[in-house]
Design a binder for this molecule. Structure first.
Ligand SMILES: [Zn+2]
Length: 145
């Protein structure tokens, strides 16, 4: 069984090597679809009976990480010019080990959320896919078999 919860967060980024407007500092309202796979829980008389996972718990666990990205500038650790600039501000930023394209951001998010759910539920619940929308028309998706 699969369940999906939607999240939204606002972040800034730039693609420093891009040959067009994405090289400029700008922001997006990212939309994320987190899909988890697991068995329907059958323990009688429990709050979670009949659920894969309470959506409130999906939210709590995911936001432990996603809140860090919200209203932050996402900067590649190879973008020294921008790192130097951000260090002179009191603005929130998160250093990403990849150029922050939507493809790399969904990979980065997956790498951080996978252990959160795997450790909390002893691998009985896994992330099936994460879809990250950068604009209303464009998204990247990572899927686990
Ligand atoms: Zn962008």
């Amino acid at each position: 069984m699969q369940i999906t919860r939607l999240f939204e967060f606002d972040s800034g980024h730039r693609i420093p090597n891009h040959n067009s407007k994405c090289r400029n500092m700008h922001g997006h309202r990212y939309k994320l679809e987190l899909t988890l796979a697991g068995k329907i829980l059958e323990t009688p008389d429990q709050s979670f009976e009949g659920m894969v996972l309470d959506f409130a718990d999906v939210k709590r666990l995911a936001l432990q990480f996603l809140d860090m990205l919200d209203h932050a500038f996402l900067v590649w650790d190879g973008d020294q010019q921008l790192l130097d600039f951000l260090a002179t501000t009191d603005s929130k930023f998160v250093v990403i080990p990849y150029i922050p394209t939507v493809e790399n951001l969904v990979k980065f998010i997956d790498e951080h959320l996978q252990p959160v759910f795997a450790q909390t539920y002893n691998d009985s619940l896994t992330i099936k896919s994460i879809k990250l929308w950068e604009t209303p028309n464009c998204f990247a998706q990572i899927t686990h078999e």
